[in-house]
Ligand binder design. Structure first.
Ligand code: GLY
Ligand code: MN
Ligand code: MN
Length: 412
């Protein structure tokens, strides 16, 4: 699979070029501790390697393609303190890069310099076409590297390859879809576990802990800070204090996900802590649910997220006018103030081209909501949708969201 992905990348880039992707490094938290390692996802996408101090160099020269992978060199000291590093054999298994083309990260810059130096002598006529494409230049380390490379090799023309890989990442392969399905299945298990325990929980974090238990049990991590927001807390979009005392009369909004083999799910569900949708909460929930379902039905190739969002706004505003919260459709921005969704993949907010029409293989979230502080109510219903050749498939269809289903689940 990774070999095919790299082949797709090679097909998109110009001849006589060297592309560099760096996996990243661990970031120090304090003297003797590091933050959880987060691999650069363009690098991971092309290699499947999820280890610090690794890099990929792709060379396209006179139509020939060469791949060099760099991994961290194992030492006795590292093995004793942190565990053995990945072996060449393992790196080959994961990346499908030939063992003879796997080197060590401490050789990386020398190899790069060698690649450009070789050119400046004999075949200078190539030099104007000889360029380095570079991954996301937000990474300061990479910028450092670029500057050093450029200084040593003023003849090279450095370009950014970020959008080339982004375009590839937007269209998911079958194996990628499978991993996202699995992430969603675990999310569902966690959500069911916490909903089951809603009657006895006294705080948001206590309820969230039932989700975390499911994560640990499945040996996965959350794909972003879980939002466990009851009552008015749910009107704060990125609330994640998750420590308020629960009032059984309130709704609670959970926005959560799983990272499974690096691939993410992103689901929101809102339900009544006492198990029954009553009065205004029932009416408002029904409006968001209608917007969610109508928006999902619109997903197909050729449509844009903006077009879907416009319909969501129409549905939400019609509902809110009926309930007397607003008088005109334009006022809906007071209660719904984010977009309808985003691409999903290796990142929760996955790389994408804003405004682009959807195409087969895209996975997007559909997540309309209403946020009404004066009524202590925030509602969002979010599903993960695959664009197919016939329209769409709702990958999270089995996670309950109908009023009757939620009420009867909570009764049982
Ligand atoms: N969980 C963040 C979002 O729904 O976009
Ligand atoms: Mn979400
Ligand atoms: Mn989302």
């Amino acid at each position: 699979m990774k070999r095919e992905i790299r082949k797709n990348y090679f097909n998109k880039i110009a001849d006589n070029s060297v592309s560099i992707f760096i996996g990243g490094d661990e970031i120090l938290e304090n003297a003797d501790a590091v933050h959880n390692f987060a691999v650069n996802h363009h690098f991971f996408y092309l290699t499947g390697i999820n280890k610090p101090k690794s890099a990929l160099v792709l060379i396209k020269k006179d139509g020939e393609e060469k791949e060099i992978l760099f991994i961290e060199r194992n030492t006795e000291l590292l093995a004793k303190w942190q565990g053995a590093r990945m072996s060449v054999e393992e790196a080959h298994e994961v990346s499908a890069i030939d063992k003879k083309d796997i080197k060590f990260y401490d050789e990386f810059e020398d190899v790069l310099n060698g690649l450009s130096k070789g050119k400046s002598g004999a075949k200078y006529e190539d030099l104007s076409d000889y360029y380095f494409t570079l991954d996301n230049d937000d990474e300061f380390r990479q910028r450092d590297l670029i500057e050093r490379l450029q200084l040593k090799n003023p003849q090279i023309n450095i370009k950014n390859s970020f959008s080339t890989v982004t375009k590839l990442r937007m269209v998911k392969t079958e194996s990628e879809v499978k991993l996202i399905r699995k992430a969603i299945t675990i999310t569902e298990e966690g959500l069911n576990n916490l909903m089951k325990n809603a009657p006895t929980a006294t705080t948001e974090n206590e309820l969230e802990a039932y989700y975390d238990f499911t994560m640990k049990k499945n040996d996965v991590k959350v794909s972003f800070h879980t939002i466990a927001a009851s009552g008015a807390n749910a009107t704060v979009l990125h609330y994640h204090d998750n420590n308020a005392k629960l009032n059984k009369e309130d709704l609670i909004l959970f926005d959560l996900g799983v990272r499974y083999k690096e691939y993410c799910s992103d689901i929101s569900r809102t339900f009544p802590l006492n198990g029954e949708f009553i009065g205004k909460k029932r009416e408002l929930y029904s409006i968001v649910l209608e917007a969610n379902k109508e928006a999902i039905k619109m997903v197909k190739t050729g449509i844009t997220m903006e077009e879907i969002n416009n319909v969501v706004k129409e549905i939400l505003s019609a509902g809110m006018i009926k309930l007397g919260y607003i008088k005109e459709a334009s006022e809906i921005s007071k209660y719904y103030f984010h977009g309808v969704g985003h691409h999903l993949g290796l990142d929760v907010h996955d790389v994408s081209k804003r405004g682009e029409k959807l195409e087969v293989g895209n996975i997007v979230t559909i997540e309309p909501g209403l946020y009404i502080p004066e009524s202590n109510i925030g509602i969002r219903i979010e599903d993960d949708i695959l664009v197919t050749k016939d329209g769409y498939e709702n990958l999270s269809i089995s996670i309950i969201k109908e009023i009757d289903d939620i009420e009867s689940f909570m009764r049982s």
